[in-house]
Design a protein around this ligand. Structure first.
Ligand code: AVJ
Length: 343
């Protein structure tokens, strides 16, 4: 793995020192820690009881999983992040030129806001930045860092699950809004979920809006498969970490060694799939329940949909958006799409 050539997220942009601020949170967390644990247990019980065992990919991202994802982004095989950052650097001036004066940038699932500074540097006309993320810790850290780097910018973080009901802070009132959803995260939704998200973003951003979405494009199977089964086994560890998380948080007794990582290209559905394949007949306990796995049985852990310019435009249209511009990176190709509300 070529670690040196790929910047850590905090190096995507020039960054000043961190300042620590007492940040005012405008929305209260919908889920407390305890509620989150209960939903995780519920999803594990129903997912492992299903005839086709499955778990939602959002549970990958505990602290270890988030670090493993960052390590995936530094592998030579996982091109998605690297291609998108190179693309953003190339087109950010053009992106920024269409952002109106005083507009508010709203980022869905901002995490550590690693790519945001590319936009913020290029669009000083922005009045405010609203990062939305489920992780209060990530939001606090990112907001404090950005407040130091962009003292003119009003930073108004919202702790929330961006797939749920959202209310924007007062900083966004009466201002044009630009949504930012990079990273090909939209690929994790099934079709209905993606349309639901795009509709709710359309509602939250209002009529004078734009939405910048990063999407991964359909390409040759070898490139896709390598990206989801990197030669250093980082993605395999990322996948199996889900079992380790269940063990820790839900008193499970999974043996991660008794499952194999599987990545496959589902051409009919146009998606990469990740599974964990049971190496033997085995019984596993978790969340107070018992689950039987047959040898070779799969636990489906992630879908990552890949689009064409047309298939994405069609999806967006179902949610009330039209494509106003699309930029495509060098190979391996990913796209940045600018959406505008349907006229
Ligand atoms: C963060 C959802 C965009 O689907 O490519 C990376 C997660 N999974 N390797 C993706 C992921 C396996 C990633 N997203």
């Amino acid at each position: 793995m070529n670690l040196a050539s790929f910047p850590m997220p905090e190096q995507y942009c020039s960054s000043a020192e961190e300042t620590l601020l007492g940040l005012v949170r405008e929305a209260s967390p919908i889920d407390s820690q305890a509620d989150a644990r209960v939903s995780f247990a519920g999803d594990v019980i129903s997912g492992l009881s299903a005839r086709h065992k499955q778990l939602p990919p959002k549970y990958f991202y505990d602290a270890t999983g988030s670090h493993l994802f960052e390590a995936i982004c530094r592998t030579d095989d996982y091109y998605v992040t690297r291609s998108e950052i190179a693309l953003l650097r190339n087109v950010v001036a053009e992106l920024a030129a269409s952002i109106p004066d005083g507009a508010v940038l709203v980022e869905f699932g901002s995490g550590e806001s690693a790519k945001t500074c590319l936009l913020l540097d290029a669009a000083p006309q922005l009045s405010a930045y609203v990062p939305i993320d489920i992780s209060a810790d990530a939001l606090d850290e990112a907001s404090a860092r950005l407040a130091g780097d962009y003292p003119q910018l009003n930073i108004a973080p919202v702790v929330a699950d961006f797939t749920g009901q959202l209310r924007l802070p007062a900083a966004a009132d009466g201002r044009p809004r630009v949504g930012f959803f990079p990273g090909s995260t939209i690929g994790n939704f099934d079709k209905e979920g993606a349309v639901r998200f795009l509709r709710s973003a359309r509602q939250v951003l209002g009529d004078q809006a734009a939405l910048l979405v990063g999407v991964d494009l359909v390409k040759d199977e070898a490139t896709l498969s390598a990206a989801y089964d990197d030669s250093h086994g980082v993605t395999a560890r990322f996948n199996k970490n889900l079992l380790i998380r269940i063990n820790r948080e839900l008193s499970g007794d999974f043996d991660p060694e008794a499952f194999d990582h599987l990545a496959l290209w589902n051409v009919a559905e146009s998606r990469m799939e990740m599974h964990l394949v049971s190496c033997k007949d085995q019984i596993v306990n978790a969340a107070g329940h018992t689950f039987a796995f047959r040898s070779g049985e799969r636990l489906h852990t992630e879908n990552s949909y890949k689009f064409t310019a047309d298939s994405f435009a069609q999806l967006a249209a179902e949610a009330g958006w039209s494509v106003s511009n699309i930029w495509i990176s060098d190979e391996p190709r990913v796209a940045m799409v600018r959406l505008e509300p349907h006229p």
